[in-house]
Design a binder for this molecule. Structure first.
Ligand code: PMV
Length: 289
């Protein structure tokens, strides 16, 4: 029996634009997903296509138990965390000896397959290695960790990443003159953020710009906008949706002393909120229960 965990993630900047090779910045956050794999002759009974593909890719059979502290379908990378933790646990339980980089690549291939060809390696990279990561195309660069004070707001509106990615693809096809410069502008925001990683006020400003551009791409949601506005009014430096949009989560970057005020403002809009910070650890082995 082997138990591994992997962290969730937030996109600080660049979701959707990363699918088109533009730079994006994502960060591993607490909480984590825990997966236990055990050798067994009968196939596992998971309903998840991500888990099915992990076993298929590794060419083994086993049973699997998932304990997720991350809400699913909310933009916090739970599918990537499940995939990375499952592959890592299979690797360990079956003595496969794949390196971390290979696990990250395999997890990306699985996400891409399940999401019908459109996915960036962001979620799987961040979940495998932890910390703060700059993604450009298929290249990934780990950035120096920063201790931002973030509040995550869950709109409780379920979204479907594959559908939102498809929606942007359609928008781009029908309105290339508008959408392509917007995707470029989002990429420029990520690059600008790289120069201000120690300045939360400036990052907040850039998050506000990024949110507006995501709304232009059609991936906003009225409830997400409410949460973003409520956070800003409660004193956050800035706020934006995070992940695929159309529901799911938003993030607010705030001064430390205003974290609970911002979380309260979000919760007063019929949403759930929690404060979080960076998780510098990626996939890791846990003690067996
Ligand atoms: O909603 P999430 O956490 O699956 O994030 C999706 C982010 C996209 O940029 C829209 C897609 C991707 O694979 O990067």
């Amino acid at each position: 029996m082997a138990t591994w965990s992997a962290p969730g993630k937030v996109f600080l900047f660049g979701e959707h634009a990363v699918v088109y090779g533009k730079p994006g910045i994502a960060m591993a956050i607490r909480p984590r997903v825990f997966v236990t794999v055990r050798k067994s002759r009968s196939a596992h009974h998971a309903k998840s296509p991500y888990i099915d593909n992990c076993f298929q890719e590794m060419g083994v059979r086993g049973s699997v138990y998932v304990n997720s502290q991350l809400p699913s379908s909310s933009g916090l990378g739970s599918s990537a965390a499940v995939t990375v933790a499952t592959l890592s646990a299979i690797n360990d339980e079956f003595g496969k000896k794949y390196r971390q980089e290979e696990i990250a690549d395999m997890a990306f291939a699985i996400e891409k397959k399940v999401q019908k060809g459109r996915a960036s390696p962001t979620d799987t990279t961040v979940s495998t290695f932890g910390g703060l990561v700059l993604i450009t195309g298929t290249a990934r660069r780990r950035l120096a960790p920063q201790n931002f004070h973030l509040v995550v707001g869950n709109s409780m509106v379920q979204h479907n990443t594959a559908r939102m990615v498809e929606l942007v693809a359609m928008m781009r096809k029908t309105n290339p003159q508008v959408c392509n410069p917007v995707l470029d502008a989002i990429g420029a925001i990520s690059l600008s953020a790289l120069h201000h990683m120690t300045d939360p006020q400036k990052l907040g400003e850039l998050m506000n710009m990024n949110h507006a551009l995501l709304e232009v791409l059609g991936v906003g949601h009225t409830q997400l906008s409410r949460l973003v506005l409520a956070s800003r009014m409660a004193g956050a430096y800035g706020a934006k949706l995070t992940g695929a949009g159309g529901g799911g989560c938003m993030i607010a970057i705030c001064p430390k002393h205003l974290k609970s005020k911002v979380a309260g403002a979000i919760e007063s809009c019929d949403a759930r909120a929690f404060s979080t910070t960076i998780d510098t650890e990626g996939a890791r082995k846990e003690k067996d229960a």
